[in-house]
Design a protein around this ligand. Structure first.
Ligand code: NSS
Length: 435
């Protein structure tokens, strides 16, 4: 082959190179042959392009014969003249002169109409699909946009541990691991460690995997998910709500800007995301209960919302909504009591539009060491495990607040995914740990 530099498929689809000899590489996405012609579509990380071989135009007959033999997913290097072809995907085609098969693939096991279970078994191959690729790009943009936003706001990115000695979000969903004759747990949330970090860096965030041994088989639960968490010193719930909505609006706008192609492929109108402007509507928990009652759903004070309730609450909303001031007994020990009404805590859950459910959980933190001890005792927690955390209230305690955002749930909403498992390359659920 020549020394021409390899171009990405999307560079070819830009149109500037029409009439020129170009070279690209990737995997065979589709192929069929008929007489002296081979019709292929080549896929790389940036897109797909048609590459057509006409035996008479080829510079090597071996190349033509190899192309005829090469099955779907074979890796190839292709060289030829770029032409406009309105009938081709993307509107361009390579009229091939050289075709080098880097590796002849075996018969690819994934074909049309396969069961979800089969696709999960072959996940290491299914990650090549255009749908999962588009969603992975949106996830990449989410991280990039979030880091950009936090950096502009003066937050430091920190690295809390994943192996931990105590629960952050209740014992029921802890994964236990052996730890040199002792027990350790996989982190459910970085929160307690981020709280320790605000005493030096003031505003911090982290992006870590979090683990929950939740048996729930729903379209929004994973046992391993990516957690974006932030903690701010000198800030109450009100200030924290502002950063949650601003961050999410920034992410939605960036994804609309950077991923137009992927969003359109996935059937999400980028305009839906450009509409995500602050402030988001807010409802107190008690108001949310009233609204549900008006829609015919009766819940008791203290009940959590399931997927049907979350859907009902957001069905008429274009923006995400906040539900604030939840009953104390329904929420974690570290949430600050509302000084005006100790039946509730200073917290919020943010619910995504279109029934995608809770995407953020947040609160102002209790700063009083005795209150914290009382709440831990009420939960039958082992106080010793939390001594280090209680120390944070003994040495210069200050008002502070923070949130956790479920990355996959936000990606599911942005990409209009049907199920959370589409938003992570190798989903972990109660029934799935392989591949
Ligand atoms: O349990 S949370 O509501 N809150 C916390 O863990 C706090 N300690 C975070 C903090 O303040 N630093 O979880 C936060 C979010 C929640 O809103 C979901 O979007 C997501 O984490 N989450 C999950 N995503 C996928 N799968 C599962 N199982 C899951 N659990 C929570």
């Amino acid at each position: 082959m020549s020394e021409l530099p390899f171009k990405k498929v999307d560079e070819l689809l830009g149109g500037e190179l029409v009439g020129e000899r170009v070279r690209t590489r990737g995997w065979i996405y589709r192929t069929r042959h008929k007489g002296k012609m081979v019709f292929t579509v080549i896929r790389d990380s940036s897109g797909i392009i048609q590459a057509t071989l006409f035996k008479g135009d080829m510079e090597s007959e071996d190349d033509f014969n190899d192309a005829k033999k090469a099955l779907v997913e074979s890796s190839v290097e292709v060289e030829g003249i770029l032409v406009e072809e309105p009938r081709a995907p993307g509107g361009y085609e390579i009229q091939v002169r050289r075709f080098h098969v880097v590796h002849f693939a075996e018969i690819f096991p994934i074909t049309k109409d396969q069961s979800e279970e089969f696709l999960m078994d072959k996940r290491h191959l299914w990650v090549r699909s255009r749908r999962l690729t588009a969603i992975a790009k949106i996830k990449h943009s989410l991280f990039k946009a979030a880091r950009e936003w936090f950096d502009e706001q003066g937050f430091y990115e920190v690295t809390p541990p994943i192996l931990t000695g105590s629960a952050a979000e209740g014992g029921a969903t802890l994964f236990e691991v052996k730890y040199f004759g002792d027990k350790a747990y996989l982190s459910q949330s970085a929160q307690l460690y981020l709280e320790a970090m605000i005493f030096s860096l003031e505003n911090v965030y982290s992006i870590t995997p979090s683990f929950r041994a939740e048996k729930s088989r729903t379209r929004k639960h994973l046992t391993e998910f990516w957690h974006l968490e932030a903690e701010e010193a000198w800030t109450g719930l009100e200030g924290n709500i502002k950063i949650q909505e601003e961050l999410l609006s920034h992410i939605a706008h960036r994804v609309a800007e950077w991923n137009r192609k992927e969003l359109e492929f996935l059937g999400r109108d980028p305009k839906d995301l450009l509409k995500i402007e602050t402030p988001f509507p807010r409802y107190r928990y008690s108001e949310a209960l009233d609204n549900l009652r008006k829609k015919g759903v009766e819940l008791e004070w203290g009940d959590d919302f399931g997927a049907p309730e979350e859907r009902k609450l957001t069905e008429d909303e274009e923006l995400p909504i906040f539900v604030t001031h939840w009953p104390t007994e329904a929420k974690a020990f570290y949430m600050r009591w509302d000084p005006k009404d100790t039946r509730v805590v200073l917290n919020d859950d943010m619910l995504a539009p279109e029934g995608y459910g809770e995407i953020f959980g947040a609160s102002e933190r209790e700063t009083d060491v005795n209150h914290l001890i009382e709440r831990l005792k009420a939960e039958d927690a082992n106080i010793e495990d939390y001594e280090w955390y209680l120390d944070l209230r003994r040495y210069g305690s200050v008002q502070h607040s923070g949130f956790g955002m479920g990355v996959e749930r936000v990606v599911a909403w942005l990409s209009k995914a049907e199920h959370i498992r589409e938003t992570i390359p190798f989903p972990r659920t109660p029934s799935r740990i392989r591949p």
